[in-house]
Design a protein around this ligand. Sequence first.
Ligand code: ZN
Length: 198
Amino acid sequence: MRRKRISKKTREKFKKTIRNVIGDLSREVLVYKKPAIHECPNCFYDKLTSCSTGKCKWTPVEAMDKQNGWEAAGNASVRYKYFLKGRCPVCNGKGYLETQRRRWINAMVIWNPGSRIAGNDGVYVPSGSDGTTTVELKVHPKHYDLMKDCIRLMVDGIECKLSRPPLLRGLGNESVLIITAYTSHKFDKTDGDVIKEY
Ligand SMILES: [Zn+2]
């Protein structure tokens, strides 16, 4: 294996150096994971139709008790609310609740990396021809699982999508995680409608 030619010491040194660089030059980037999905606490879920059955799990008194307990535990949201039938007021008839999961991580941020490499344009730009902007992030490899589940990112206040799966790079294949993402935020007329290849 190629890896054997490089001494362990060199490898460690390289790893340390590149991580220090990430540490020094990085800024915080917000990573959104796939939302967690929980069955609605207030109504019965219908597996056949994949939505709410429109039936409350509780009697009016039970619902009130449960909600009081929920609020006493320090929560502000409405989780238990009696309804006779129809659309559940907690999940709006979906039958489940989504919890947004997001996390700040440190990343070295390079906007438009392709443009810096002469003669190499297009390598990083899967959709560059239609007015999108590419961003490359270098992050600690410990974020691999998080990045695999990432559905979108906020980089310098701009929303981005991953354009390909995260890549482990570096000596020993474990030194740094490369994330390539793109945005059409700055150029797009209709915000929120940027997904093309995802
Ligand atoms: Zn519900």
